[in-house]
Ligand binder design. Structure first.
Ligand code: NAI
Length: 306
């Protein structure tokens, strides 16, 4: 059997925030497996390092398994401690990567946190943390990376980037809660709805530079998001736990769905059967859907402990 010929140039260069866990980690694995150089950025530096270490073991395994004749070799993955809500840290990260990488092809704003509870019971700090991480974090990231993404796009010229991979640009990870916002998740849902509007605006801004913007709206995935969430009371925590028990998506399925949508240049990637159903209902019957979602969420929150 002929061995694949490895090329020294990575397929692309990507930053993935929240890459230390869950969906972000799966995105890093898929990209590195496809020969991309990846910067794993996470506020949890140990988690970022653990992902980067696991990626280092991937390229050879991929090269041996892949039935292709030319496999790009991923550059050494970089683990970076980054609080996405701090614009100074973003500037430092971009400057550090510019010293290592010839270009930047993709920014994935995936880092996110969850908090739930009746609005009056949510500490202001908790609301700020959610909006700062989920919405401002993505804005700061895109703002810091935009000039380099545009320069890289101009340097690539007519070359659209790696065949079969995501198009160069930005992927933002929102949530189905951006479309159907249940009670007691006001800050989280608002941050994700804001992220969708931000993505729509950014897409128009970056398109003339040959860059794509895709926003993901996944349904429930069983990840650390729920274990690290702040819940104002036990009923909300129980409702969130039941939501996760019904998770129909794996982090890998979300990563594949996002990268596929970005490969096709799609703006929205609604992922999961239930999420697609709710997104459709919301489009057809917005007020009735909001009422139905609210009633269902209230029933789950009021349900006694099993
Ligand atoms: P996760 O908790 O497993 O991963 C989130 C990662 O973000 C963690 O590694 C965490 O350390 C990192 N992070 C948190 N704050 C940060 C900050 N300020 N700066 C940098 N990194 C930070 O959660 P998951 O589920 O993988 O979440 C990824 C994204 O997917 C989030 O934006 C989340 O809102 C979104 N999402 C998750 C769904 C789910 O059901 N798990 C459903 C829909 C969307």
């Amino acid at each position: 059997m002929s061995r694949p010929i490895a090329t020294n140039e990575p397929a692309g260069y990507a930053i993935v925030t929240g890459g230390g866990s869950g969906i972000g980690r799966a995105l890093c694995e898929r990209l590195a497996g496809g020969g991309w150089a990846v910067a794993v950025a996470d506020i949890d530096s140990e988690a970022a390092q653990a992902t980067a270490d696991s990626l280092r073991r991937l390229p050879n395994a991929q090269a041996a398994a892949a039935p292709v004749t030319a496999t790009p070799v991923a550059a050494t993955p970089v683990a970076v401690a980054l609080d996405v809500g701090d614009p100074v840290q973003w500037r430092r990260l971009i400057a550090n990567l510019q010293a290592r990488w010839p270009r930047l092809d993709l920014l994935i704003n995936n880092a996110g946190v969850l908090a739930g509870g009746p609005l009056a019971d949510c500490p202001a700090e908790s609301l700020q943390r959610v909006v700062r991480t989920n919405l401002l974090g993505a804005m700061y990231g895109a703002r810091a990376a935009a000039a380099w993404l545009m320069e890289s796009s101009a340097a690539r010229g007519a070359n659209p980037g790696p065949a079969g991979g995501p198009r160069p640009g930005v992927i933002n990870v929102a949530s189905i809660f951006a479309a159907v916002a249940p009670p007691n998740f006001a800050a989280y849902s608002a941050s994700k709805a804001g992220l969708v509007a931000f993505s729509e605006s950014l897409r128009g801004e970056l398109a003339p530079n040959g860059l794509n913007v895709t926003v993901g709206l996944p349904g429930a995935v069983d990840t650390g998001l729920y274990r690290h969430a702040e819940f104002a009371h036990a009923g909300i925590a129980r409702a969130a736990a039941r939501f996760v028990e019904r998770a129909e998506l794996t982090p890998q399925a979300v990563a594949d769905g996002l990268l596929r949508a970005a490969g096709r240049g799609e703006l929205y990637a609604v992922l999961g059967r239930r999420a697609r159903w709710y997104a459709r209902l919301k489009r057809w019957l917005p007020a009735a859907t909001a009422r139905r979602v609210a009633a269902q969420a209230r029933r789950e929150i009021d349900a006694p402990e099993a």
